[in-house]
Design a protein around this ligand. Structure first.
Ligand code: AMP
Length: 211
């Protein structure tokens, strides 16, 4: 089963991708996490991506596609995967087709911009394993510490208010039209984001017929 998760930054699709991935026994692949990891490790990909990410802009397609191809070639991807944050524009959706990747379902997480702006300021990310939390909606058991790897939690630089607004503008302009691409293919499902992670998961399972 191959799925893509669409939605504005901060809509919670990363958290839901991890939850659904566990239920289906397939990995959730976040291109944002791959790029941030590359920056942390000081790789060539990371060096190329950093300025775009810091400015809230999309990283050029060739860089992201190369990183994603490497990840999709790993053995745990054989039974399928959830792509979280890819595709981000129509060209990337077409690239998946050209690569022979047949997407079974596209799931779009729907949430109003003003709610997103508030949510993003509360987001915290583990510097160790990349897991995401929210100080209100999905807090770690111990403040500032990752439940999974005990790494330190911090706010991403691109979750700063001005960058968040830029990322939302980019989302509406170039990412949102992808919904039409998958709607035409007859595989688009909409999940209205609820208050709280569990309620949203339940809605997602309902929409996907998994309850
Ligand atoms: P995310 O964690 O998915 O919000 O991604 C963080 C940042 O990484 C984005 O604001 C982009 O700069 C970059 N990024 C992640 N995925 C992609 C993609 N598919 N195409 C281009 N840039 C991406």
């Amino acid at each position: 089963m191959k799925l893509v998760f669409l939605g504005a930054p901060g809509a919670g699709k990363g958290t839901q991708a991890e939850i659904l991935g566990k239920k289906l026994g397939i990995p959730a692949i976040s291109t944002g996490n791959i790029l941030r990891e590359a920056i942390k490790n000081g790789t060539e990909t990371g060096a190329k991506a950093k300025s775009y990410i810091d400015a809230g802009q999309l990283v050029p397609d060739d860089i992201v596609v190369a990183a994603l191809k490497d990840r999709m070639a790993e053995p745990d991807c054989k039974a399928g995967y959830i792509l979280d944050g890819f595709p981000r524009n129509i060209a990337q959706a077409e690239t998946l087709e050209k690569l022979g990747v047949k997407i079974d379902l596209a799931v779009s997480f729907e949430l109003a911009d003003d709610v997103i702006e508030r949510r993003m300021t509360g987001r915290r990310v583990c510097s160790g394993c990349g897991s995401t939390y929210h100080i209100e909606h999905n807090p770690p058991a111990s403040e500032g510490v990752c439940d999974k790897c005990k790494g330190g939690l911090s706010q991403r630089a691109d979750d700063a208010p001005a960058t968040v607004r830029e990322r939302l503008a980019v989302f509406h302009e170039v990412t949102e039209p992808i919904k039409g691409f998958y709607e035409k293919a007859g595989i688009l499902k909409l999940v209205v984001v609820q208050e709280g992670v569990d309620a949203t998961s339940k809605t997602m399972f309902d929409v996907l017929g998994l309850n």
